[in-house]
Ligand binder design. Sequence first.
Ligand SMILES: O=C(O)COP(=O)(O)O
Ligand SMILES: [Mg+2]
Length: 253
Amino acid sequence: MQTLPESTAPHLRDLLARVDAAIVDLDGTMVDTLGDFAQALNLMLADLQLPAIAPGAIERMVGKGSEHLLRSVLQEVLALDSPGLLATDLIANVEARYPRAWERYQHHYLAINGRFAQVYPGVREGLQALREAGLRLACLTNKPTAFAVPLLRAKGLEEYFEQVFGGDAFERKKPDPLPLLKTCEALGSRPERTLMLGDSSNDAQAARAAGCPVVLVSYGYNHGRPVREVPADGYVDTLAELAAGTRAIATGG
Ligand SMILES: O=C(O)COP(=O)(O)O
Ligand SMILES: [Mg+2]
């Protein structure tokens, strides 16, 4: 049997024994989508005759949905393009370009969705083990549902989930607890018996406020901050560690 790191094994096993369902984040948790973001954003910026943005800068801006990402990118490139611009003028400039930026971004993202993105190691094994352990699974992401569903399908991950909800599925996005509470409702599972698996403070804050236990992966995007700074019930280096946890429960280990 695969062994878990000493510090997390018993803790993770106990946590998994107390849940009936799991809600899994998408960007930075299941799929490394930075390449897709960079590609679609830079094609959009070229359409608007604006300079390109580096993938390193994009990583810090991911996590609060596409609208927030687009505004952050426009703000960064317009500020670099016209140094000395007043903050109010910068915001007005961003808003003036936003409708066309959104239209071009959507067009490019849907055209390349998944082509520059990779499933992280251990994801399939972890999801498979959770399903085999009888957990009901939902994917809850801040990216639009119209981006999330084809991405999961393209990566062969759709089959693991009973429900898929994007950032536009509910009135508010993570870190608000509302999408988690609604997802628990859709799964028919109580928040305290529903594990949130995510990569950022958005996931952890939403889970805490909803009353869900939360485990964070160490490899995703957390606004450029180390994920272990974020209070959580556990941290894993791959979702395969969950497979080891469910096996430990099954064998009484
Ligand atoms: O699109 C985003 O901002 C991030 O999406 P996530 O909730 O799947 O991490
Ligand atoms: Mg994420």
